[in-house]
Design a protein around this ligand. Structure first.
Ligand code: ADP
Ligand code: MG
Length: 978
């Protein structure tokens, strides 16, 4: 009987990447023998946390790059790919030969090096390809001396789990099947994926080609479906079967299934950070990973002797499929990939804790060997049963009462049984056929066709200009190639007829998106009128010539690099250094072109972190807008940088936030923080995927709709700050201040006063100012903070209030909320008593400001009709009749928007002019007062100002927007009034 064995756990730390190097990241990992330590970068003097694993691989430093790109050790600490394979992969290989099931997991956050260890890059081949290479080497060795009745078979399956759905990566057609493949349970063998392709492979080249095909299918699907590939789990399953006679001459069959699992990025489910979002629990995107955590915890508890632990395998697709690998008949290894950089401290620590828990898990592997006869007999019996069932019309398995099973369902069951039967027969054939027979058949059916295709493509790449793709996941980069053949090449989506030479699908790709011509090697691209195409970050509108290494994007999702073999050769011959573009550099230039990032940005650490956020979020925001457009959600998204002051905080970092803007002319918008946006985006993707798959029910009720937000959520309209210096001189201060939003735009005015008072809260006489603020020390201070009113708030504001914190206040002081006007009279008065002014208090008055936040709730769509027509779901008829129950709203007809726009512009100009005057007068006043002059009477100035300043910004009523005719064709754009 086989004994239980602990899961073997290894950790590996990668080098700093270019961004970490650029910002001088602090190294937080140290390794010594089998011990791994992690330091808290916030507290470098504290004791590091220590862990012990079966292997600790230092791949961070002490290496050289060979001319072929292979990273080899230059010091004794460094662990290269070969070393990792020798320790981990070779054991898997030996066990596969012995007939054990094996599983190898890679765990870690996105970018930590999971794929590097599992699959590898270029000449730094990872465990999967070396394993495949070695297994065929072993088979060849055996065959040299093998007898006739010996046989070795390898077959490959490759699948991904995304959003709880299983996709067969070796079957491009099945990738878009609605809901993915079904996971079923076999009475004795456990969970399996129904109809999953298993390809017989006869050489390393073949298996390598198949894995390549799988990765390519994955890339195409992720791009078309607008999926975030780092959220997918990829499983490569290799089944190795050996048929050999035993000592007594009886034929025995030994089978081993090797699961190589590249898990989704372990970074904390973004939704946990999306505090306050009503939809934070909505997405299934992280379900498998959190279930994996729960299963591992339960298994670890179990092995520690805890009784009655229920292991929740059934909670997710991943844990169901890997039940054996985790707690059953398998020899299992976990490799945890670690980021060495300070900003990943929390994640890396959580990865180490996860790995530590995994160490405790025990599995019991047994050799899977049976007499071949017995297997054949069993298979025949199963087949006979299936046949019988089919003959009797499948009624034996008639659907349970209440499932509403009609003839359709029975048909489906029959189809499944037939498929099962076909598979079993194939299995049976493979068992009974000899090796020679199989090889002959494979040669005849052109089994190595893919290999030849790959070889041809590699050859073509050297002579024909082409595009190769960039993906945020380096493992998916360069997987798709489109050749630009001489003459005209049309690029468009699958609805174009005849089919275009280059077919791209997904967000914002038009039927005829553009034309790419190759005239004697000169390649130029001509966009269709409204097609979204950018070259090197800049949008193009007319025919543009392409040069080698240009970055070209089609819609928000398809990003390519143009490769011109001849121009490239010229450059190399001229001794020019040609840098290969990366996804990051391409995103960076888009950010720069959009004006969000200046060339000089990125000097300080904070700038660099901000830049990283920008580069990550920018493409997502583009995708969100494109999805909203295609689903006719009546909103768009913009990325914005928000300073801490604009968020109403005294200090902190500038943050990247996302603004959702209603296109219904209401002027409503909502500011989301990064986590909330990312969480929402996963939900948008789910909705979009359902839509693309032709699900009639793709749309959801408003309260579940990621594109919807109630108009009347509280929203920060803007802030204003009152310099308190005059108070330090006991001079009263009364100001009409501009309320600015986070962009610095005027959002109205606020009438504020800070009035020094006597003990009974009457204003101190005007000539009673102090010469030197220090005089206040030790004395009581009384004053009133008065917020009289606001004028000219944005026209879409329905209710408003102000809040602030004075001096050391922990809580906000809030005014009343005033409804139904954009000129609210708050009439707020707050009496403040400071018993004895300290130096700190005087310093506060002297140098700081009182920040007042103006908050509001928006009007709901300005009283327009609420029900809008949702777009028809593609392919299938829309059963719901195409009417959604009041979603965020499709763009409304553009009635008289030009006029509204003009008006808005005029008001903007007026407001800007009066602001200028106000500011200069205010400045003058402040200076005079701070110097102790009181010759200028406040009332006079106010009168002066009142005479010139219009009473706030005029109101745009729906009537004024609707008045007049004309308007642009694109309602969504024309409706935006800023
Ligand atoms: P993940 O699959 O965890 O998202 P990757 O394996 O794609 O991460 O690694 C991210 C980047 O870091 C890749 O560019 C990869 O080449 C690099 N990298 C990861 N591990 C190593 C390593 N051990 N040595 C050198 N580069 C590495
Ligand atoms: Mg990866």
């Amino acid at each position: 009987m086989a004994a239980a064995e602990n899961v073997k756990v290894a950790v590996r730390v990668r080098p700093f990447n270019s961004r970490e190097t650029a910002r001088n990241a602090t190294l937080i990992i140290a390794m010594n023998g089998n011990s791994t330590e992690i330091k808290n970068p916030e507290d470098l003097n504290s004791e590091p946390k220590r862990f012990a694993f079966d292997h600790s691989y230092w791949s961070h430093s002490e290496y050289n790059e060979r001319s072929d790109g292979y990273l080899e050790a230059s010091g004794s600490k460094y662990a290269d790919q070969q070393r990792v394979f020798d320790d981990l992969g070779r054991g898997v290989l030996d066990n596969a030969w012995k007939g054990y099931n094996c599983s190898l997991f890679a765990y870690g956050q996105t970018g930590s090096g999971k794929s590097y260890s599992m699959v590898g890059y270029g000449s730094n081949k990872g465990i999967v390809p070396i394993f495949c290479d070695e297994i065929f080497k072993g088979i060849e060795e055996k065959r040299k001396t093998a007898g006739k009745d010996e046989d070795y078979q390898v077959s490959l399956s490759m699948l991904e789990i995304y959003n709880e759905q299983v996709r067969d990566l070796l079957n491009a057609k099945s990738m878009t099947v609605k809901g993915g493949l079904k996971v079923r349970q076999h009475p004795s063998k456990g969970f399996y994926v129904e109809n999953l392709t298993a390809c017989g492979v006869n050489s390393y080249k073949e298996i390598d080609g198949k894995i390549n095909d799988g990765t390519r299918n994955r890339t195409v699907a992720a791009t078309n479906m607008n999926a975030t590939s780092s959220r997918a789990h990829t499983i490569v399953a290799i089944t190795f079967t050996q048929k050999q006679p035993n000592e007594t001459g009886q034929s025995m069959t030994r089978t081993s299934t090797v699961n190589l699992v590249d898990l989704a990025g372990s970074e904390r489910a973004d939704s946990t950070g999306a505090t306050g979002d009503r939809l934070k629990e909505g997405s299934a995107i992280n379900q498998s990973l959190s279930s994996l955590g729960n299963v591992i915890k339960a298994l670890a508890d179990q092995s520690m002797g805890k009784k009655k632990v229920v292991v929740p395998y059934r909670d997710s697709t991943l844990t169901r499929l890997l039940q054996n690998a985790l707690g059953g008949n398998s020899k299992t290894i976990m490799i945890a990939a670690l980021s060495p950089a300070d900003i990943n401290y929390e994640e890396t620590l959580s990865t180490l804790r996860f790995a530590d828990r995994a160490k405790a898990i025990k599995t019991t592997a047994t050799i899977n060997e049976s007499p071949t006869d017995k297997l054949i007999r069993e298979l025949r019996e199963e087949n006979a049963k299936l046949m019988e069932m089919l003959k009797s019309g499948g009624v034996v398995m008639a659907p349970a009462a209440g499932s509403g099973g009609g003839s359709e369902e029975i048909e489906e069951m029959k189809r499944q049984m037939e498929e099962e039967l076909r598979k079993k027969e194939e299995e049976l054939e493979n068992l009974t056929k000899s090796y020679e027979q199989r090889m002959a058949e494979s040669a005849q059916s052109g089994g190595s066709g893919t290999v030849q295709m790959h070889q041809k493509e590699e050859g073509d790449k050297k002579v024909i200009p082409h595009f190769w793709n960039l993906n945020e996941d380096p493992a998916l980069t360069g997987m798709i190639v489109h050749f630009i053949k001489p003459g005209k090449n049309r690029l468009g989506n699958k609805t174009a007829s005849p089919p275009p030479e280059i077919q791209l699908n997904g967000l914002s790709i038009q039927k005829d998106h553009c034309e790419i011509t190759n005239k004697d090697g000169n390649v130029a691209i001509k966009p269709s009128p409204s097609a979204q195409i950018m070259i090197n970050g800049a949008k193009i509108t007319k025919e543009t010539k392409l040069s080698h290494n240009d970055r070209v994007s089609f819609g928000p999702n398809h990003l390519y690099v143009f490769h011109h073999p001849q121009d490239y050769a010229k450059k190399v011959n001229a001794g020019e250094k040609v840098d290969t573009p990366t996804f990051d550099t391409a995103q960076e230039e888009i950010a720069k072109q959009s004006g969000l990032m200046t060339a000089s940005d990125g000097t300080s650490k904070d700038d660099l972190l901000l830049q990283e956020d920008l580069i990550q979020m920018l493409p997502m925001v583009g995708e969100a807008t494109a999805m909203a457009e295609e689903l006719k959600k009546g909103v768009k998204f913009e990325i914005t940088l928000v300073s801490p002051q604009a968020r109403g905080q005294k200090d902190g970092k500038t943050e990247v936030m996302v603004k959702m803007i209603a296109l219904d002319g209401s002027g409503n918008d909502w500011l989301w923080d990064r986590n909330k946006f990312i969480n929402r985006k996963f939900l948008m993707q789910e909705m979009y995927q359902n839509y693309v798959e032709g699900d009639a029910d793709w749309d959801v009720p408003q309260d579940k709709d990621p594109f919807w937000e109630p108009a009347d959520v509280e929203k920060l309209i803007g802030t204003t700050h009152v310099l308190l210096q005059s108070m330090a001189y006991n001079i009263d201060l009364e100001e009409n201040l501009v309320i600015s939003d986070y962009k610095g735009n005027d959002q109205g005015h606020l009438d504020v006063a800070v009035v020094p008072c006597t003990k009974d809260f009457t204003p101190v006489p005007e000539d009673d100012f102090v010469e030197d603020p220090k005089e206040l020390k030790g004395k009581p201070v009384y004053c009133k903070i008065v917020i009289k009113s606001a004028r000219g708030l944005p026209s879409n504001i329905d209710k408003s209030f102000c809040r602030y914190k004075f001096y050391l206040d922990k809580d906000y002081t809030q005014t009343k909320e005033i409804a139904g006007t954009i000129n609210p009279d708050f009439q707020h008065e707050n009496k403040i008593t400071v018993k004895s002014a300290t130096e700190q208090f005087i310093e506060y008055l002297n140098s700081e400001s009182l920040y007042i936040e103006v908050w509001g709730r928006q009007k709901d769509r300005m009283g327009r009709e609420k029900t809008v027509v949702a777009p028809k779901a593609k392919d299938k008829g829309d059963k719901k009749g195409g009417v959604s129950n009041g979603n965020a709203g499709a763009p409304l007809p553009p009635i008289g928007d030009n006029k509204a726009k003009e008006e808005a512009n005029m008001y903007k100009k007026q407001a800007a002019e009066s602001d200028k005057k106000l500011t200069s007068i205010n400045d003058y006043l402040k200076k005079r007062k701070a110097m102790g002059h009181d010759a200028m009477r406040m009332e006079d100035v106010e009168a002066l100002l009142a005479g010139r300043v219009p009473p706030g910004r005029p109101v745009q009523t729906p009537a004024t927007i609707q008045g007049g005719g004309g308007g642009e064709a694109d309602g969504s754009k024309a409706c935006t009034i800023q």
